[in-house]
Design a binder for this molecule. Structure first.
Ligand code: 4AD
Ligand code: MG
Length: 461
């Protein structure tokens, strides 16, 4: 018999069929004559109750089960008299597939701390929280693709090993096969000609520049891939390895881009609300009681749009005591972003036109000579979830910005070439995938929305 998924069994129109269910035991309650076994196979948050009575030839097996065992159950789907579940299975056979010592199995019925679960990241997918997290990640990823695919964007795979620091922020992981104990040298300098690629290489901090190349031929493209940043920031919103979605659009200015970002986030949030209702109800109950209402509000309201300069005015006149200074020219800190979106405006805010000094070299210069066409999208609880900009398409202006940033004209010659041959106004943004999952689940620490978090001093599994 083919294995049925628990999600499929619970979603049936009616009881009656004989099915095969396979999964892991969550709990077992036994009396002399009957055992109730709750089994989960990860297809849904909900466990399926298996009822095994003593007439069953394998009743001994049923009675011996404990949390963590894997089982194979054949039985009939019947209406459940108990509350909380639609159907249960009256078992005709139960086979123990893999035992689990109850003395040492680390997952107990009680609620475990996030810190404890991070240490057992090989078993945490079996918990309600991590099962739900994995399904939500899956649904969010799918909705990201569906949004762009429905609009005719082409999915581009950009390199993971790269030579360019796209963000110019210098927080890159080096990729090398050189023996660190025996570095080849020319004088005092390391001889990178001896290295695998014959020059210094790094893990990518963004696929944007390569996406720009393809946008200048296919018009509407997006990337969705792993991104690496060696920032030493131990916060609840930073990972050293995270996933980023980067659409890049030709013949597009910042206003069009802001509209795209708003439509995109609403599409993703609506999809998760529709597809993951059980999982979201779980997060809403146990992690953040405002998660569902916040998502519903966002889907049906409009994002605010303000400039950086206006944002500064709001912050200055707020009467709030901030830890970091509020001054034109300084970057917005998380506390400022959260004040704007949570307290002051109460919904997502798109902040545009930041001072050029605090943004990357590729952003389009405004006529004031002081600000660039940057755009950050801020959402409650998280702050910045999207960062993007209109790109500088004027070759001479770009070259000046490159030089100001201390970058090499030769190394970026290909990037300048795009502005020499048929340049077009274009724009794009990056959405942090984990911050998005954090936002839709209400999980407070970003380490708990990725299967295997990489943060300073931590790269287990
Ligand atoms: O604002 P960022 O640095 O923008 C870029 O990298 C541009 N190249 C994007 C583009 O225009 N194509 O990063 C984009 C988003 C941030 O808004 C944030 O959500 C996420 O990526 N992000 C991180 N997420 C987790 N951990 C980190 N260390 C992150 N750094 C950025
Ligand atoms: Mg940013």
């Amino acid at each position: 018999m083919r294995r049925s998924k628990i999600s499929e069994i619970l979603g049936r129109q009616q009881a009656g069929d004989e099915v095969l269910v396979q999964g892991w035991v969550k709990t077992k309650r036994s009396s002399k004559s009957v055992s109730f076994i709750h089994v989960n196979d990860g297809s849904t948050l909900l466990d399926l109750q298996i009822v095994a009575d003593q007439s069953l030839p394998s009743f001994q097996v049923a009675d011996s089960l404990s949390t963590g065992c894997s089982v194979s159950v054949t039985g009939t789907v019947v209406d459940s008299p108990g509350k909380g579940q639609k159907y249960e299975i009256h078992a005709t056979d139960i086979v123990l597939v893999g035992g689990s010592d109850p003395e040492t199995y680390p997952l107990q019925k009680k609620r475990h701390t996030a810190e404890f679960l991070r240490d057992i990241a090989h078993l945490r997918p079996r918990t309600n929280t991590f099962g739900a997290m994995a399904r939500v990640r899956n649904a969010v990823a799918f909705s990201i693709h569906s949004f762009f695919q429905e609009r005719g964007f082409n999915y581009i795979q950009t390199p993971i090993i790269t030579t360019s620091d796209a963000e110019g922020a210098g927080s890159m992981f080096r990729v090398t096969t050189l023996d660190l104990n025996k570095l080849p040298k020319i004088g005092d300098a390391i001889d990178y000609e001896e290295d695998f690629f014959g020059k210094p290489t790094f893990l990518t901090v963004s696929g944007q520049l390569e996406a720009e190349i393809f946008s200048q031929a296919l018009s509407d493209v997006y990337t969705f891939g792993p991104t690496f940043r060696a920032e030493n920031s131990n916060t609840s919103r930073h990972l050293a390895e995270f996933w980023m979605v980067e659409p890049e659009v030709a013949f597009c200015d910042l206003d069009d881009l802001a509209n795209l970002a708003e439509e995109f986030l609403k599409h993703v949030f609506k999809n998760v609300l529709d597809r993951c209702s059980d999982d979201l109800a779980f997060f809403n109950r146990w992690h953040d009681q405002t998660v569902i209402s916040t998502l519903e509000d966002i889907v049906s309201s409009n994002f605010e749009r303000i400039t950086y300069t206006e944002a500064l005015e709001l912050l200055k006149n707020s009467g709030e005591k901030f830890e970091f200074p509020v001054e034109w020219g300084l970057d917005l800190q998380s506390e400022h972003e959260r004040y704007l979106t949570e307290s002051r405006i109460g919904r997502p805010v798109i902040v545009t036109d930041y001072p050029k000094e605090i943004k990357a070299f590729y952003m389009r210069m405004n006529d004031d000579g002081k600000t660039v066409r940057a755009m950050d999208t801020l959402v409650p609880r998280i702050g910045e979830i999207i960062g993007g900009s209109q790109r500088e398409e004027r070759r001479d202006v770009l070259l000046a910005r490159l030089k100001d940033a201390g970058l090499s004209e030769t190394e970026y010659s290909w990037y300048l070439d795009l502005r020499s041959y048929g340049t077009v106004p274009h724009a794009g943004f990056g959405l942090g995938f984990e911050r998005t999952v954090q936002f839709v689940t209400g999980v407070s620490n970003i380490r708990d929305v990725i299967p295997f978090p990489r943060t300073p001093k931590n790269a287990e599994f």
